[in-house]
Design a protein around this ligand. Structure first.
Ligand SMILES: Cc1ncc(COP(=O)(O)O)c(C=O)c1O
Length: 375
């Protein structure tokens, strides 16, 4: 992708001309596609972001450029220590990533390859698929259990018996929002074939209520070196644009995966915002309750329309539209709302990220304009 600056240079245009209102908007969008919520721009319900933004205490941090001229080593150590404290371990259990995506990437790079399969669910968060393939691995996809939308761990384990490298578990799962019970995952870990690693992606951990059949493997680890947990600051903390995530694992495995990561992939601003976010537990609680409330309201609106979404433990909901989902996506796009991409084989399901109450009001108004289903 060509950058805005090199594009203007190549085109012989100055930045002043580019900023002027006469510059064609569609050309600008091509140079740098718009992701920010703009007044009048599309409502973004398509990437499971936090619609409310970073915590107010983080947004109010003074002097964002402090130490921008320095390499971030000491801040990296501060954040590793702070995260270690959160999970009751020592800092050598923690590896920071440029988003949790970097953790997925380095795990694929460390544990998969030409003779080490990557085993993942279908559908699930797809990013690791490409990283496994780039490492030369065969990627095996195992469909979720049809009635509970949990991972089919027995089938995954059986796939891992021969040339298994890494099993990727997304819990709660994206795009279904569903949980795989802790006991099922403990069984998987207990019976793990030798040399196979498990990556538990807990990106949506903070949205799961305490009562659900869910216990984090970061907060309550099992006694096995070959389990890695990925977490992110992109969801509950509202910092998706800053790219900060981390892994919690044994010191041995932490050392192993850290060799595959880019040195200093965490920038000073993201590090400072992540530290400040972890210091604001009140706001984390508020964000969690607000999301639970938004989710309940969504379910209520769905029930009013006799719809039955998959029960969700996240900040998004998967819902059967009983139509080809591509037509539903187009309908919403036409009405200035972006919803999730198709997730085959769930070809009639739409994934809706929860927005603010006002945005969701607009979402339902557009939903109600969908052409009626044929009997
Ligand atoms: C399950 C899951 N894991 C990881 C990620 C990537 O998150 P990050 O922004 O931390 O790279 C996402 C993003 O939506 C996700 O849904």
């Amino acid at each position: 992708m060509i950058s805005r600056r090199s594009f203007f240079k190549a085109a012989g245009l100055s930045a002043a001309v580019a900023a002027s209102s006469s510059f064609p908007a569609d050309l600008l969008a091509w140079v740098e596609p718009q992701r920010k919520q703009q007044p009048g721009g599309p409502i973004l319900l398509n990437s499971n972001e936090n619609a409310y933004g970073p915590f107010p205490s983080v947004a109010a941090l003074s002097n964002p450029f402090q130490d921008a001229n320095r390499y971030p080593d000491s801040e990296v150590e501060r954040l590793r220590a702070r995260i270690a404290k959160l999970h009751n371990v020592t800092p050598d259990h923690i590896v920071l990533g440029c988003g949790s995506t970097e953790i997925l990437k380095i795990c694929a790079s460390a544990f998969t390859g030409p003779n080490r399969k990557l085993i993942m669910a279908l559908p699930t968060f797809e990013a690791i698929d490409g990283y496994g393939k780039a490492a030369g691995a065969e990627v095996v996809k195992v469909e979720l259990v049809s009635d509970t939308w949990a991972h089919h761990t027995a089938a995954m384990q059986s796939e891992a018996q021969k040339n298994g490298g890494l099993i990727y578990i997304c819990n709660p799962n994206n795009p279904t929002g569903s949980l795989t019970p802790r006991r099922t995952l403990e069984n998987l870990v207990r019976e793990l074939p030798e040399g196979v690693y498990v990556l538990m992606d807990e990106a949506y951990h903070d949205f799961v209520p305490v009562a659900a059949d869910y216990i984090s493997f970061a907060d309550h680890p099992v006694n096995l070196d070959r389990v890695i947990v990925a977490r992110t600051f992109s969801k509950i903390y509202g910092l998706a644009g800053l790219r900060m995530g981390y892994a919690v694992t044994s010191p041995t495995t932490a050392k192993l995966i850290a060799r595959h990561k880019q040195e200093d992939s965490a920038n000073i601003f993201a590090l400072r915002c992540a530290l400040a976010s972890l210091d604001d537990d009140d706001e984390r609680q508020i964000a969690m309750l607000r999301n639970a409330n938004d989710r309940e309201t969504f379910m209520h609106e769905a029930a009013k329309r006799k719809l039955r979404p998959i029960p969700s433990w996240t900040n998004f909901v998967m819902i059967n539209t009983y139509r080809p989902v591509k037509t539903v996506i187009e309908h919403f796009k036409h009405n200035n709302i972006l919803i999730g991409r198709p997730f085959p084989p769930m070809d009639t399901y739409a994934r809706i990220s929860l927005g603010t109450p006002e945005q969701m009001k607009q979402f339902w108004a557009v939903w109600d304009k969908l052409p009626a289903l044929k009997e």
